[in-house]
Design a protein around this ligand. Structure first.
Ligand code: 3HC
Ligand code: NAI
Length: 692
């Protein structure tokens, strides 16, 4: 074995050279890796004894892509294109031996090899779109030449990782093998290619698949139309489509040039910067500085849940899906039956859509033990409370759980607004208490705010974070404060949205501005969906807010066919002239003059106070880092990922500009816009939230 450089080795096995890359964690194509391939290839090609080359990786995966940390930095080492040309134009066959994931630049590297062999567990994909990019190393030109434009369109715009068996069916992979024998099988395969004098196959020279689609623009038009909703707001999907069009319509070299131009445009744009930022933010969020790998994790095997309402049922499903036995406790048989019925209906629904087999539904339901007896939670390792949002009820329950739960059990609350420290104090073991703030619907929403109480023990935190990963959530550790991080910031937007309509903007104006910004829906459409009567009681209603007035008129939201909007039978929303009049009357009664509110003002007033609240949260240490807040907003509230999240969005605009806007609105509308000291400080220093 000869070391080519720190990350590349060359071994010559009689007539076959094996070029092996070892650059943890994912063998990304850094300058060192590219140099290693170039120099290793040069040596293998110069050795007359070598008849073919196998390109293989050490560690958990084949090359998982370009090194994202190098984007935007001055170029170093050989370019990927240079290395690729060396392989593709080599006079000896080169075989890629794939395990783990061949992604992005990694798959593009494999695509210039003359043959590809992969383990059955391997996956291939071009996920650049998720970074706001497109495959910039020939992927958009070579992929459709193998799999055809239809499959290529789907792969590059979704970024899906395709299983090796499917890749083999599509022709992306020539041979499937096992993990243990990959290297030996690849060497044997290369030897066979040499012995049989098989051609040096170059994907770039295939034309039949793309020729079949040539002169058929309707293919692309139909794809754009069918996916318009999915792609809304994003630049990258459209750019990817244009590249596949180029692959079909242009000669290879011209297509490659087009790909390069479009790649560069995306790379220099704000969307890709935001999406690449988010890629790292969504990995960073799992790191808790003072709860490291040296903190022991607790064993969690059995789950207890108290309350089988909206949240309890959804939370239970998360654990059932991951194979945990769950005991769910209710206070009445009726509530228990209702809760169980909902869980089953949810599963049946998924099965009906073909996403779960009937056997899986039964297996999951069989893991669930429904009961009215709290005592059955005595052997649970984690108990999550999802009872009414009432401090006395929760305190009483924690007192009981304290007496029932075994030593070492974690006691969690799903409260959305109550003080976790006060709840913890109701038990004699506050160190075992933590907040697990799931979002509704809990079986669907990715976000989990893990709430650290003043006394929560570190192993409890570590265990909660690990468990969150196991059940497929994105977890962010937050501190105790009203609304925690997400809802605390949301409250700012809700308040301004309500004030905006009293100033003269209509609910659909506010919703449209936020929808166009990239949210899935605006605050008023959201209220209609959730129901305006959440927490509303007719007897206590005094028409003191717009929401109360609408509830009193039985305009309780979508379910009532009317809320801020009017709804038809298909639940399509239409602006309501009735609501418009109600708002005018209500505003007049409050002595407010209606005026024209600009779209810019709507956006500023909805977004800037949220960012300002984020600054306060950071200053108080209720979030570990600004990027955690961004992860919370992308996963819990539909913040468009191509804008990164509220905090990086503010950084992108410039904190001086955000501050100036806050001051301007403070002068007009008062204390709701008082700038956070941290915002003032950072703006004065020319720093960003990301610098903290
Ligand atoms: N560049 C740099 N670092 C990368 C990387 C990449 N392409 N891919 C992963 N990493 C880093 C992660 O940031 C993480 O670092 P950390 O440990 O310091 O947090 C570490 O590698 C491990 O990553 P994950 O936590 O994501 O590990 P998993 O095992 O869960 O997943 C993976 C592995 C599926 C490979 C996943 O990391 C992944 O999807 N990576 C990105 C793949 C990708 O997008 N490739 C395309 C890149 S762009 C490109 O190739 C452009 C080209 O067309 C020119
Ligand atoms: P819910 O009213 O739908 O369900 C609560 C259930 O708890 C009811 O079925 C009730 O019978 C049961 N219950 C009450 N006291 C009990 C006791 N002592 N023992 C056993 N069962 C008892 O309420 P929901 O919406 O599920 O909320 C539960 C908790 O989750 C609340 O703390 C809420 O703030 C929080 N939450 C709610 C969200 C939502 O969108 N609904 C989102 C995030 C958190």
């Amino acid at each position: 074995m000869t070391a080519i450089n720190a990350v590349t080795d060359l071994t010559v096995d009689a007539d076959i050279a094996v070029l092996s890359l070892d650059s943890p964690p994912v063998n990304a194509l850094s300058a060192a890796v590219r140099s290693g391939i170039r120099d290793g290839m040069a040596r293998a090609l110069a050795d007359d004894a070598v008849k073919a080359v196998v390109l293989i990786c050490a560690g958990k995966t084949f090359v998982a892509g370009a090194d994202i940390t190098e984007f935007g930095k001055p170029p170093a080492g050989p370019s990927l294109a240079e290395v690729q040309a060396m392989i593709e134009d080599a006079p000896k066959p080169v075989v890629a031996a794939i395990h783990g994931t061949a992604l992005g630049g990694g798959l593009e590297l494999a695509l210039v090899c003359h043959y590809r062999i992969a383990t059955r567990s391997a996956k291939c994909g071009l996920p650049e779109v998720n970074l706001g990019l497109l495959p910039g190393a020939g992927g958009t030109q070579r992929l459709p030449r193998i799999v055809g434009p239809e499959q290529a369109l789907e792969m590059v715009t979704s970024g899906t990782h395709v299983a090796a068996s499917a890749a083999a069916e599509m022709g992306l992979v020539d041979l499937l093998t096992d993990d243990a024998s990959l290297r030996a099988d690849a060497v044997a395969f290369a030897r066979k290619v040499v012995a049989e004098k098989r051609p040096l196959r170059k994907v770039r020279e295939s034309d039949d698949k793309v020729a079949a689609a040539r002169g058929k623009p309707e293919l692309f038009a139909a794809f754009r139309k069918a996916n318009a909703r999915r792609f809304r707001g994003f630049d990258a999907p459209e750019f990817n489509i244009r590249c596949i069009e180029a692959a079909v319509e242009l000669p290879f070299e011209a297509g490659l040039k087009r790909e390069r131009e479009l790649f560069t445009e995306l790379l220099n744009g704000t969307q890709s910067a935001a999406q690449r930022y988010y890629f790292f933010a969504s990995r960073q969020v799992w790191n808790v500085p003072d709860v490291g790998a040296d903190t022991p994790a607790l064993a969690v095997r059995r789950i207890g849940i108290v309350g089988a309402g909206t949240m309890g049922g959804g939370i239970a499903m998360n654990f059932l899906n991951a194979g945990y036995p769950v005991t769910i406790v209710e206070s009445s048989q009726q509530a228990l039956d209702r809760g169980l019925k909902t869980i089953r209906a949810n599963y049946d629904n998924t099965a009906r859509k073909g996403r779960l087999s009937a056997a899986d539904v039964e297996a999951r339901m069989a893991l669930l033990t429904p009961t009215l007896d709290l005592q059955l939670l005595a052997d649970a390792d984690l108990i999550i409370e999802a009872v009414f949002e009432n401090m006395e009820v929760k305190q009483e329950l924690f007192g009981k759980l304290d007496r029932i739960a075994k030593a070492g059990a974690i006691l969690a609350t799903n409260t959305s607004a109550l003080d976790v420290n006060v709840i913890a104090a109701a038990s004699s073991r506050p160190e075992a208490v933590i907040g697990l703030h799931f979002f509704s619907p809990a079986n669907v929403m990715k976000l989990l705010e893990v709430v650290r109480g003043d006394k929560t023990a570190k192993p409890v935190i570590r265990t909660a974070m690990e468990l969150a990963r196991k059940i497929g959530k994105v977890a962010a550790l937050v501190g105790v404060c009203p609304g925690f991080v997400g809802n605390r910031m949301l409250a700012q937007r809700q308040r301004e949205a309500q004030k905006l309509v009293l100033d003269g903007a209509l609910p659909w104006d506010v919703d449209r501005v936020l929808y166009d910004f990239g949210f899935p829906m605006g605050p008023f459409a959201m209220s209609d969906l959730a129901g305006l009567d959440l927490g509303w009681v007719r007897e206590k209603s005094s028409g003191s807010t717009l929401r109360e007035v609408l509830c009193e008129m039985d305009r309780r939201g979508q379910k009532a066919g009317a809320g801020y909007y009017d709804y038809d039978e298909q639940r399509n929303a239409k602006p309501s002239p009735v609501v418009e009049q109600v708002i005018r009357d209500f505003a007049a009664k409050q002595g407010r003059n209606s005026r024209v509110v600009s779209e810019q003002e709507i956006l500023d007033r909805c977004i800037y106070p949220m960012i300002n609240e984020g600054a306060k949260i950071l200053q108080e240490g209720k979030a570990i880092r600004a990027s955690d807040i961004d992860v919370i907003w992308v996963n819990g509230y539909g913040w468009p990922v191509y804008r990164g999240g509220p905090m990086i969005y503010a950084d992108t605009i410039g904190l001086d500009k955000v501050l100036a806007a806050m001051r301007r609105y403070e002068a007009l509308y008062g204390a709701d816009f008082a700038p956070a000291p941290l915002l003032e400080e950072l703006a004065a220093q020319g720093r960003r939230f990301a610098d903290l």
